[in-house]
Design a protein around this ligand. Structure first.
Ligand code: PMP
Length: 406
């Protein structure tokens, strides 16, 4: 009667083939890690067809994919991906941070480019399985505070050329060793220089995007983590780097609404002109032009739960933090400039998996440098406190439902 049931993605059907030749694991932050971002010994793949649905996933030795030159993803950007981390905790356990959020976001991204969905928990289970196989050797117990970068990817690999809804797809998950960029100074090396040889200094330097370089627009796909959002951003990013900035601050519209910073969400802390209360402000999701960052969401939730009435650390060595209101709303560069001019700007930071919580020290906008306060020279107090909480959850100092032990 034409109603065939399509197979769901099912982690319990995983078929495992281990590599006979595991590779040496490079030392943390070694030149090899900077140069190559080496992947671990294994990967997971799962193929999908419109006729049958998901085949049984496989865990197998890391290696090249085989694709026809006609594969849809190579022509029509039918590709989406995720980025999360596997953390080695202070208690020696391996944790993922809110992995189901990434897996659910991957389904949202996939839907935007006509790729198939799946139950987010099944992908999370597959990631956990790969973590159990490669984690112990690539992230040994004595490397607490280190992480592996987890990259799930979904591509359409139809073999028939033509702009059409994909009928074949491949999901894969790889783990990579990344330099530890959890520092306020981007990619800082021990000798006080950065990877590009410039002098290290506190705080990210952001270059506000120009009107001829728009990352995302209403009705587009800025909310989706599709490869098509990233390739075209490299031109602006390259110009920013060449001019001595760390990242682009992506603006949108004639009124220069502030959206995101590089591949991170962006927060400011300011005092309102009206009430004098502190606000933690970030762009809203409802325009669908920014990514629903897992870090963004976590910052918002922690600030709502732990900062609404102010904060004083139990050991008393943190300064007393004033109560702060979290506000998700459209705001513009003119709002930020006004706050700065009137002495109401308190701090700004970028928030995302890659650079974690990174204080922002400067924004260059329309020919002028806007200096952003960095208390104690390194980070504003709110960024520091929130970062500390998140780090404690990721590395298991605080037992919390967001830190999922694998
Ligand atoms: N915005 C963009 C455009 C990104 O690519 C990312 C990284 N995924 C983020 C924000 C931050 O998201 P998350 O906190 O989930 O890493």
């Amino acid at each position: 009667n034409g109603t065939t049931t399509l197979a769901e993605l099912d982690a319990s059907q995983l078929k495992t083939t281990r590599t006979p030749t595991p590779r040496p694991v490079p030392a943390p932050n070694s030149p090899e890690v900077y140069a190559q971002r080496t992947c671990t010994d294994h990967m997971i793949t799962a193929s999908w067809t419109a006729a049958q649905g998901w085949a049984a996933p496989e865990l197998k030795p890391y290696g090249p994919l085989s694709l026809m030159p006609t594969a849809s993803c190579l022509h029509y950007a039918t590709e989406c991906f995720e980025g999360l981390k596997l953390y080695r905790g202070v208690d020696g356990r391996l944790r993922l941070f809110r992995p189901t959020r990434n897996c659910a976001r991957m389904c949202t991204s996939a839907a935007r480019i006509s790729l198939p969905g799946f139950a987010p928990e099944e992908l999370a289970k597959l990631i956990a399985r790969l973590a159990a196989v490669d984690g112990p050797r690539w992230l040994p117990k004595d490397r607490s505070g280190q992480f592996l970068y987890v990259r799930p990817t979904l591509i359409a690999n139809d073999q028939t050329l033509g702009v059409q809804k994909p009928k074949e797809a491949l999901l894969f998950v790889i783990f990579a060793l990344f330099p530890n960029m959890d520092v306020s100074i981007p990619a800082a090396l021990p000798n006080g220089t950065t990877t590009d040889g410039t002098a290290a200094r506190p705080g990210l330097k952001l270059l506000a995007s120009r009107d001829d370089m728009v990352r995302a627009w209403p009705g587009g796909f800025g909310y989706a983590k599709v490869g098509a959002n990233y390739g075209p951003s490299l031109l602006a990013q390259g110009e920013a780097r060449a001019a001595g900035f760390d990242q682009i601050l992506w603006l949108f519209g004639q009124d220069s609404a502030v959206t995101e910073a590089g591949a991170s969400n962006f927060f400011v802390v300011w005092r309102t002109a009206e009430s004098g209360r502190l606000q933690l402000v970030t762009a809203p999701l409802d325009d669908r032009i920014i990514l629903d960052g897992v870090t963004r969401r976590s910052v918002i939730e922690l600030a709502q739960q732990r900062l609404a009435n102010g904060y004083k650390a139990a050991d008393g060595d943190e300064e007393l933090l004033e109560p702060i209101d979290v506000v998700e709303r459209r705001f513009t560069m003119l709002d930020v400039l006004a706050a700065a001019e009137e002495g109401r700007l308190v701090e700004a930071f970028a928030a995302g998996t890659a650079f974690f919580i990174a204080p922002v020290g400067l924004v260059h906008f329309r020919g002028r440098d806007l200096d952003i306060p960095l208390a104690k020279g390194e980070s504003g107090p709110y960024a520091r406190v929130i970062k500390g909480w998140l780090k404690a959850i990721m590395y298991g100092e605080e037992q919390h439902e967001w830190g999922v032990v694998v």
